[in-house]
Structure formats: C-alpha cells, structure tokens
Design a protein around this ligand. Structure first.
Ligand code: ADP
Length: 422
C-alpha cells in the first residue's frame, strides 16, 4: 500500500472528524475524512475544493471563518468547546473542535487542520439531566410547601384542641359572673354614677371574654356541614340584609356583579353566611379611614385549569382538572394589607384592630369553613388600586361521602358580634 493511501485509510478509520482547509486559497477544503462525512452528512466529493460558505449556513460559515482566521493569526492551536452545525436533514450536531495551524513547507501553503468530536449525545444527556434536575427541584419545593401546610394544619389542630379545653373551663365561670353583674345592677344606688359605670365596664369585659370563648369554640369545633344546592345570588342578598345596618352606618356603597347563569354551589347556608359577613365587616373596618367606601362583590365561573393558571390556586382534593368552579370576590378600597402581615392574616388571634374591635379569629374560622366546603379562601392586596380582595374558590360539584344530607332550614347564624356596631 502506498504511503498516501495508508494515511487516507488511517484518517477514514478515526473515530473523530478530520478536515483541513487551505488558508492561502480562500480556506477551501483539501481534506475531509469519513467521520466528517458522517457528522456533516456531506460527502467528501462534494466538499473538497469548496469553502464553508458553499456548504453551511451563512451564520455558521461566518463563525467558522472567524475562528480559522484567528488560528492563522495567532499561529497556535485553538480549542472550540462547542459548536453546532445543522445538517441537511435538520438535525443539530454538537461538536467539540480543535483547530491547528499547519505550515506545509513543501508547497508553502498555510493550512487549518480541524479535529472534531461529535458530542451530541453528551449534550443531549446533559440537557436531559438538567431537565430532570429542574423537575426534581420543583417537586422538592412542592413537597416542602405541602410539609409547611401540614405543620400549619397540625398547629391549628393543636390550637383547636387547646381552645376547646379552655373554652369549656371558662364558659361556666363567665356565665356566673354575668349573672352576678345583672343581680348587682338591679340593687344599685341610682345616685352613685361610679357604681353604674363600674358595673357597665364589668359587663363589657365579661361580654368580650364570652365572645372570645365563643369564637374559640367555633374555631375548634369540627362540625359537619349541611350542604344544599344554592344560588350564590340568594345568599349574597341575605347577607347584605344582615349587614345592612353596618353598611349604612359606615356609609359604604356595595355593588354586586354576578355572572349570568352561574352554576349552583353546594353550601351550608348558615356557615357560609358567617364567612361572608366576616369578610364584609373586615372590608368595612379596613375602609374606616377612607372617604369613598366601596365594596364590590363579584362572582363568576371558571374552569379549574384557568384558575390554577391565573391564580396559582392549589388543587383541593375535591377538584378535578377541568372542573368548573365559582370564584367569589369581595373587593374593598380600604387600607390593604401591610407587607409584614400577609403571612399571618389567617393565624388564629392575629388582629391589627383595636381591643374590642377584633379577636383575630374571623379569617381563621372563615377559611376553615370554606375548606370544609372543599374550597379555598385567600386575601391579598389589589394589584392596581388600593384595597384588598378576599377571594373564594368554590366547587360546583358535591363530592360524595363527605356531606350530611341537605335540608336544614333552621337558620342559626353566628355573627361575630364584636364586628357589628352596638
Ligand atoms: P379580626 O377582624 O378580629 O381582626 P380577622 O381574622 O377577621 O380578625 O382578620 C385578621 C386581620 O386581617 C385583621 O385584623 C386585619 O388586619 C386583616 N384584614 C382582614 N380583612 C382585611 C381587609 N379587607 N383589608 C385589610 N386588612 C384586612
């Protein structure tokens, strides 16, 4: 075998692509081995005598040329960690290339010799690994959030158990105190204003303690629901009647926008009224320093997928992808929520209100009731205007097995009295 064909045979059997260009003749290819044919899907017969611009896209060819010129200029080997060429069939091939300047003394030509390793598989595996890693990080984050929720739920459970115990112990002494105050009030000296004032203060204090105890009992009691198919518009009408006095007194305007043909929701009427009253009274309180007090109550139906996309809502166990849900919003133009308070609003006993005005149990009880309904309650600042939005997401299906049969006409509504004006 002649020396020339030995070299050719060795080159063609190398597992790397080898090519050479003549820098003194427009960087035309003078060498193109078998592996180079494979990675570029261009046969040597087509490539030899051609330049990059005849074979590759403008961008790729410009890039190859700039590297070639730099190699010649520096007169040193250059490493290109990753370059991509697109083959005729649209496949992307990733190459790791070394380019070497070679001076052919015999002919006086300057050559650029390139050796490329096909690293497409490695790059693909790396990308796959990165995708998996991102997925893993996301799953991990979700897991941590779930864990936090479990801890929070556990915390609330313990508070609930503790509260039930305390409430039980405190209820009877309070009733006794109240009886005593009533008894004393009857026999007081009408000319002594001090005694009347002191008795009134005592009664107020006992009343307040009693309200807190009732709030605690409410919070801790794991009552089952008595749900029935309801039109949301009806319940809103009833609630507005119940808080009418408070709205008039505070000069608050209410507008109601309910989408036509809203699906039925399955609610325990009296418990749900309690939720709405709490949210509306909170809105009124938040607007105490505002001139134009306005509450907007909006309801619309959406598919759960849209809700999750737009609101980042969690999928409660009763929801299924594609389910219709009803979104009810109570929007005010009040003081909004301070940044530091956002994470604590639903904690039992968290309140920013003056003593006597709030117990800090309203939102935690409300959320508990909404969650018993398989729904979700959030409170956040409005994005464009001042004020807050309380948003409820309610399922429009009645999940089986969790609900006591409907028909409960007795309307015992537990209005948080401390929230209503005397
Ligand atoms: P309370 O009304 O007894 O304070 P809640 O649990 O109902 O208890 O509310 C907790 C706190 O959440 C309130 O003290 C208030 O700081 C905040 N909050 C509730 N609703 C709103 C609202 N619409 N705008 C601004 N802050 C609110």
């Amino acid at each position: 075998m002649e020396e020339h064909s030995i070299v050719e045979s060795v080159l063609d059997n190398l597992p790397v692509a080898v090519f050479a260009k003549d820098a003194t003749d427009g960087f035309r290819f003078i060498l193109w081995n078998k592996k180079q044919e494979e990675v570029t899907t261009i046969r040597a017969s087509k490539a030899l005598g051609k330049a990059d611009h005849d074979l590759f896209s403008q961008d790729s060819a410009d890039y190859f040329r700039s590297v070639d010129e730099a190699v010649i200029k520096r007169g040193k080997l250059m490493k290109v960690p990753e370059e991509i060429i697109e083959t005729k069939n649209g496949r992307e091939v990733h190459l790791r290339t070394v380019k070497i300047p070679v001076h052919d003394k015999e002919t006086g030509r300057l050559l650029v010799v390139g050796i490329s390793e096909d690293i497409t598989e490695q790059v693909k595996s790396l990308e796959q690994l990165e995708r998996l890693n991102r997925h893993l990080v996301a799953t991990n984050k979700e897991l941590q959030e779930t864990q936090m929720q479990l801890i929070q739920a556990e915390k609330l459970e313990s508070i609930g158990r503790l509260a039930a115990g305390v409430a039980h112990e405190v209820k009877n002494p309070l009733a006794l105190l109240l009886l005593g105050v009533d008894y004393l009030s009857e026999g007081i000296d009408p000319d002594d204003p001090n005694i009347a004032t002191i008795l009134k203060q005592m009664r107020d204090a006992v009343d307040r303690a009693d309200r807190i105890v009732r709030g605690l009992v409410d919070f801790s009691s794991q009552r089952s629901l008595s749900r029935e198919a309801t039109r949301l518009s009806l319940i809103i009408e009833e609630v507005l009647l119940l808080v009418k006095h408070e709205l008039t007194r505070s000069n608050t305007q209410v507008t109601v926008e309910i989408e036509k043909d809203l699906p039925f929701v399955y609610l325990d009427m009296s418990k749900f009224e309690q939720v709405l009253i709490n949210l509306i009274i909170n809105a009124v309180h938040a607007m105490s320093k505002v001139e134009n007090r306005r509450i907007k109550i909006k309801a619309r139906s959406e598919s759960l997928d849209e809700v999750i996309k737009n609101e980042g809502a969690r999928k409660r166990e009763v929801f299924r992808t594609g389910d219709q849900v009803v979104i009810l919003e109570i929007i005010d133009n009040g003081c909004g929520i301070a940044a530091g308070d956002a994470g604590r609003l639903f904690d039992p006993f968290f309140t920013t209100k003056a003593t006597g005005l709030g117990t800090g149990l309203g939102l935690s009880v409300a959320r508990r009731i909404v969650e018993l309904h398989g729904g979700e309650l959030t409170l956040r600042n409005r994005s464009l205007n001042r004020g807050a939005i309380a948003r409820l997401i309610l399922p429009t299906k009645l999940e089986t097995g969790k609900v006591t049969p409907p028909i409960n006409s007795s309307k015992e509504i537990d209005i948080p009295k401390e929230k209503l004006s005397p």
